[in-house]
Design a protein around this ligand. Structure first.
Ligand SMILES: *Cc1c(COP(=O)(O)O)cnc(C)c1O
Length: 395
């Protein structure tokens, strides 16, 4: 048995989404900007997708802008908040220390251009509060950007409360909801955010397509200049198969969402219970305030990379955190933001399951992970020193 438990990195394409996409590669290949009928059929697909995505998010169709990925949507939202603020002399932006790099690196760029960035520290449970945000807002704050669900540890942030604080203080509010959309209820009007990013491949849509919700009245700043596509806010011939696939996948993911959430939460709870029995292990992030399918554990005395390679051999695809940082030996910036020491942050394991996973797959994970942890500890000089009391256990 081989179990794919890395759905926070990317997901398999849903057959329904694939089926919706196929005609747009072959018969309906027109350019949606063309006036002839092949072009107009493509434009109809684009319209259907925009209305479908908008309906799933509680938005209006004209508030949805398709992008080339989740990262692009994050870039565009933040650059927009920065530019709109600068026009009023506001050049301060608030975010958190455990955002995705699409956010952190965009903020770094703005910092180099003279903006002042406050990265809120994250509480030990992996959550920031609306009070933290309120306390950091200044008269010159232009934008608050806080992720909805953290991609490494799965904790859910109180976005509706944060957006409320922002509204009261006249500050724009963006959320990177890439790990939330399709997994927990996301309604832009209930949340009260001004901008929200999503990416198709995190909910069984195709890779290379995302969307940005921008409340009407927000004048987006272009990341890609070009033609009049996306109401002039994102140049480039539309990726109609991808966009249609995203809409179909989102429609599927948000149908019976409550049922899926209950099922996936059940799988996750079994993972947490099972893995907690491994001695000197620790669940990272709040026990309750978490997305249905993501767990992140630290195992003392173990190197994350070795763990992943052995798990792969034994039939489990997992991650040490963000797919973007594994492969480097730096410990995760997310775990460091929670205040974990380097030694502990090195031994982390992220398992992300969703409604495509089965109870039998959870059995397999719960059999394999403890075996591999025991094996690696038996070989580890660090573990030996911990066991002999040469160095104290930290977990
Ligand atoms: C995956 C992810 C992104 C980036 O999305 P891409 O489509 O891969 O660019 C951004 N933010 C979060 C929280 C993510 O999990």
């Amino acid at each position: 048995m081989y179990v794919y438990a890395d759905n926070a990195a990317t997901t398999a394409l849903s057959p329904k989404a694939l089926e919706a996409m196929l005609p747009y590669f072959t018969e309906t290949y027109g350019n949606a900007s063309s006036l002839h009928s092949p072009g107009q059929r493509a434009a109809e697909g684009l319209l259907w997708a925009r209305e479908t995505v908008a309906a799933a998010l509680g938005a209006e169709a004209r508030e949805i802008y398709f992008t080339g990925c989740g990262s692009e949507a994050d870039n565009q939202a933040i650059l927009t908040g920065a530019a709109l603020g600068a026009r009023k002399g506001k050049k301060h932006i608030i975010s958190t220390a455990f955002e995705h790099h699409a956010v952190l690196h965009t903020l770094k760029k703005l910092e180099n251009e003279g903006y002042e960035i406050t990265l809120l520290p994250v509480h030990e449970n992996g959550v920031v509060t609306a009070e933290d945000v309120a306390a950091a807002i200044r008269p010159d704050t232009a934008l608050v950007t806080v992720m909805f669900v953290n991609n490494e540890i799965g904790t859910v942030q109180p976005i509706a409360d944060i957006a409320k604080v922002c509204r009261e203080k006249g500050v724009l509010c963006h959320t990177d909801a890439v790990q939330a959309v399709g997994h927990i209820p996301v309604n832009v009007k209930d949340l009260g955010v001004d901008m929200l990013s999503l990416a198709a491949h995190k909910f069984h849509g195709p890779k290379g397509v995302g969307a940005l919700y921008a409340r009407k009245g927000i004048a987006l700043v272009n990341v890609i200049e070009g033609g009049q596509q996306e109401r002039g806010k994102r140049g480039g011939t539309e990726n109609i198969p991808g966009i249609v696939g995203m809409a179909a996948a989102l429609q599927e993911a948000t149908t019976d969402l409550e049922q899926h959430m209950a099922y996936v939460t059940g799988l996750r709870e079994r993972l947490i219970e099972g893995l907690s029995q491994i001695p000197h292990s620790r669940l990272n992030g709040d026990r309750e305030k978490r997305a249905p399918g993501t767990v992140n554990f630290c195992f003392e005395g173990i190197e994350g990379e070795g763990l992943l390679l052995w798990l792969d051999q034994k039939g489990v695809a997992a991650s040490s955190g963000s797919a973007c940082t594994s492969g480097s030996l730096d410990p995760s910036h997310v775990l460091l933001a929670l205040g974990l020491p380097h030694e502990i942050a090195h031994g982390s394991l992220r398992l992300s399951v969703d409604s495509w996973n089965t109870p039998e797959e959870i059995d397999h994970i719960l059999q394999v992970v403890p075996e591999v942890v025991r094996y690696l500890r038996d070989m580890s000089p660090v573990w030996d020193e911990l066991e002999r009391g040469v160095t104290p256990h930290l977990i």
